[in-house]
Design a binder for this molecule. Structure first.
Ligand code: ING
Length: 312
């Protein structure tokens, strides 16, 4: 038996600060049309796919910041994506900045949604691991202010039965943390879709670009293998107002193998037939969690936040 989802990873090139949402959506619609020509059931767009990576810019003007956020989804600018999903019978993943009134207060999240083939929103995730800092840091080559502009996601790491399998989401820095995949793995996840905006260079060190690309892939490949799930990691890439973002978007099998990889730093679609039943062997053998995990030995993972070495 096989349950194949034909997945398009829709890497996007740079979005300049001055670019409009409408022109960005036009680029996304062109990628959706290509995905439709290739018979895709699902297309995965990056994190914060509608705008430039604005957390690189420090400001105290919340009016300026809130212009980067979506107050409704779909909105006038994004409605064409939902219409195309219905026309093509193609689901999509979209990352965007969410501004929402909840419990009588305004909240700002780094958010991702899954939209099904009928063009309906069936899942929402809010980024848990926010990297960077909250205040202007003059020591850095550039700023990374996600802790300033977003709240920590309050939805956990859920999974959803949709697209014919068990789907999960995470966002960018989340992919570096094994806990992200394991919480979804413990819910039987078969495909994790995620977007990322990752600077090619480190704002605080001289880490090489090739080492950062290694980290990008090894974290997603490990997550896939150790939880026997597909992982689709999609970049926003290229130079945004002089700030380079890495590409390297990939489709990774439950074995941890990269089955498709983008080669450019622009708008680029890669496609793979992802058989969700390929997850079964790992889940039944080496990563049969029920048979092999020893939770009595894992207490520190949730009891302790920071590392505490033994006394000198
Ligand atoms: N970007 C980066 C990421 O986790 C980062 C931030 C880069 C953190 C490299 C640590 C090392 O890929 C986002 N948006 O999380």
């Amino acid at each position: 038996m096989s349950r194949v989802i034909t997945v398009g990873a829709a890497q996007m090139g740079p979005i300049q600060k001055a670019e409009s949402r409408s022109s960005t959506v036009e680029r996304m619609l062109a990628l959706m049309a290509k995905a439709n020509d290739k018979g895709c059931d699902l297309i995965v767009f990056p994190e914060l796919a509608l705008t430039t990576f604005f957390p690189r810019w420090y400001t105290e003007d919340w009016g300026e910041i809130d212009a980067w956020f979506e107050t409704s989804m779909p909105s006038n600018e994004t409605q064409p994506l939902f219409t195309a999903a219905r026309e093509y019978a193609m689901g999509f993943h979209l990352g965007y900045a969410e501004l929402v009134e909840e419990d009588g207060a305004t909240h700002r999240y780094n958010t991702a949604i899954l939209v099904d083939k009928a063009g309906e929103i069936v899942a929402k995730y809010r980024k848990v691991h926010l990297p960077g800092h909250a205040e202007y840091d003059p020591k850095r080559k550039f700023q990374h202010l996600e802790k300033r502009y977003f709240e920590v996601g309050n939805l956990g790491f859920p999974v959803w039965r949709t697209m014919g399998g068990v789907m999960g989401m995470c966002i960018c820095n989340d992919r570096r943390w094994p806990e992200t995949y394991r919480v979804m793995g413990l819910q039987g996840v078969e495909m994790v879709v995620l977007g990322y905006n990752t600077p090619t260079v480190n704002s605080e060190s001289d880490e090489s670009p090739h080492l950062r690309m290694f980290h990008n892939h090894v974290t997603m490949q490990s997550g896939a293998y150790q939880n026997s799930t597909w992982v689709i990691g999609v970049a926003k890439a290229g130079a945004e107002d002089g700030h380079d973002l890495m590409g390297g978007s990939v489709i990774i099998a439950p074995t941890g193998e990269i089955v498709a990889r983008c080669r450019t730093l622009g708008d680029e679609l890669i496609v793979a037939d992802c058989d969700l039943d390929a997850c079964n062997f790992g889940k039944r053998t080496i990563f049969n969690f029920a048979a092999h995990r020893r939770v009595e030995a894992y207490g520190l993972i949730t009891e302790r936040t920071g590392a505490v070495p033994p006394p000198e």
